[in-house]
Design a protein around this ligand. Structure first.
Ligand code: SF4
Ligand code: SF4
Length: 442
């Protein structure tokens, strides 16, 4: 224990380095002080005297002893002084990275029927997965499943390009997985234009589809202009989304936010009217995502604007406050930087992640599964840069985007809420399930 920690301890316990003081909540009654612990993911209310004691170690009339200390330790506010919390997180992350669930992100094609200006696949040759490669992909997935010796289903993400421009490859891989009795679920990242071309039985019973994500950049003509697609496409995509929701699939509508709040709100208003049916809302989620930029952190101003849009969605009852304002701890960061993550290109090449799809960034191929380049091992998250080791969000973020950290991709590395943390936490205090229900020392 360091001298400083020795001086500031109560019966062998110290304030956790991941405990943040939030202050008095303006609407809280009875008045009490709020603390948040990122590692335990707890919001805790303490009475005024306990708060004072936490800030003045060694007070003679301190209430911090016995059961009070136990309560504060259970809430994560205090930890045992001999625990090295950072080392614990590094160890937890390394373990979680080694046994992370199997996720295969499969590009069925790099071709697309839209031309979004921000697409990071610009300049990448258009390829479609052929039957020979689809068979090799299936063998690769089956072998990975068997080598795990686990019965947990594998997860497949159909990706592109527009993955539904090559449904033959999807069906061929799924048939092989069914034949080999490999349990699997799948999810489709699509622009939504071709969903109606896939029979519902295929989606549900052959592809084992749980859900899909459809991206929007605006409404009607604004959407069509941004994507470079014919008039009427916006309406067609909305109908396709309804079709998927009626088939009991989960749908994530992703709104790319580029700073034009007016355009985003016009879109939100249309989506809210269209999907106001309660049973449909249960399967629908709307995500508002800032377009990536070269800053390692999303500027606070941008995230405040995004949260303003979310608050509007919540007021229209098409977003759930507990999903938007959520900061649950994670065992590891991006799954593509874990041993369970596999990203496969249409020609069977393996890459470290979908944003690193240039020919020179390939690390192996599904035809030679044992021969993976050392660049793959270097990409796996087993350590953190010093800025993460010092960061109060480490238990939540676990190092963020690995490609951005390594300078391989110009995107945001940090957790999106890093620069709006106080706003998010104060909002979280307004709904009960994430708070310790009792006030300690009231
Ligand atoms: S870009 Fe970053 S967050 Fe996205 S898959 Fe790659 S490493 Fe993960
Ligand atoms: S990536 Fe950023 S937010 Fe995440 S742990 Fe590192 S410094 Fe913190």
């Amino acid at each position: 224990m360091s001298d400083e920690r020795l001086q500031n301890h109560w019966d062998g316990r110290v304030l956790s380095r991941y405990t943040s003081y939030l202050g008095l909540h303006p609407y809280d009654y009875p008045r009490c002080e709020w603390y948040w612990n990122a590692h335990a993911a707890t919001l805790t209310r303490v009475g005024r005297h306990i708060h004072e004691d936490l800030n003045v170690p060694g007070r003679e009339d301190s209430l911090l002893h016995g059961l009070r200390l136990d309560e504060l330790e259970r809430a994560g506010v205090l930890v045992r002084a001999d625990v090295d919390e950072v080392a614990e997180i590094v160890r937890e992350t390394r373990e979680a990275v080694e046994c992370a669930p199997l996720v295969f992100r499969v590009f069925t094609t790099t071709g697309c029927n839209a031309s979004c200006p921000y697409c990071y696949e610009r300049g990448i040759a258009v390829q479609y997965m052929d039957d020979t490669t689809a068979d090799a992909v299936a063998r690769y997935c089956i072998a990975a499943f068997k080598s795990r010796g686990s019965k947990n289903p594998v997860y497949i993400e159909w990706f592109g390009g527009e993955p539904l421009m090559n449904t033959d490859a999807i069906s061929r891989i799924c048939e092989a997985l069914h034949d080999a009795h490999v349990p699997f679920r799948s999810f489709i990242f699509t622009n939504g234009m071709l969903i109606d071309k896939v029979p519902l039985t295929t989606l549900r019973e052959l592809w084992n589809t749980d859900g899909l994500q459809v991206t929007f950049d605006g409404a009607a003509e604004e959407y069509e202009a941004a994507k470079g697609v014919p008039q009427g496409t916006f309406e067609r995509v909305l109908s396709n989304v309804e079709h998927a929701l009626k088939a009991d699939l989960r749908v994530v509508l992703r709104i790319n936010y580029d700073g034009d709040t007016g355009r985003t709100i016009r879109l939100v208003d249309i989506l809210a009217v269209r999907f106001r049916n309660a049973s449909i809302k249960a399967r629908l989620r709307i995500d508002v995502v800032p377009l990536y930029g070269s800053d390692k952190e999303i500027p606070a101003e941008t995230m405040h604007a995004v949260l303003d849009v979310y608050d509007y969605l919540i007021s229209l009852e098409v977003a759930d406050i507990s999903q938007v304002y959520s900061l649950g701890p994670r065992r590891y960061g991006c799954f593509m930087a874990s041993c369970g993550g596999h990203t496969i290109m249409p020609d069977g090449s393996l890459i470290n992640c979908s944003h690193l799809a240039k020919a020179e960034q390939r690390v192996g191929d599904v035809f030679h599964p044992g021969q993976v380049d050392s660049a793959r091992d270097a990409f796996i998250r087993r350590d953190f840069p010093s800025k993460c080791l010092e960061c109060c969000l480490l238990p939540i973020c676990r190092g963020g985007c690995r490609a951005a950290e390594l300078g391989l991709w110009e995107g945001h590395q940090c957790h999106p809420y890093k620069n709006v943390l106080r706003r998010v936490l104060l909002k979280m205090t307004q709904f009960d399930e994430c708070c310790n229900s009792d006030i300690i020392g009231s």
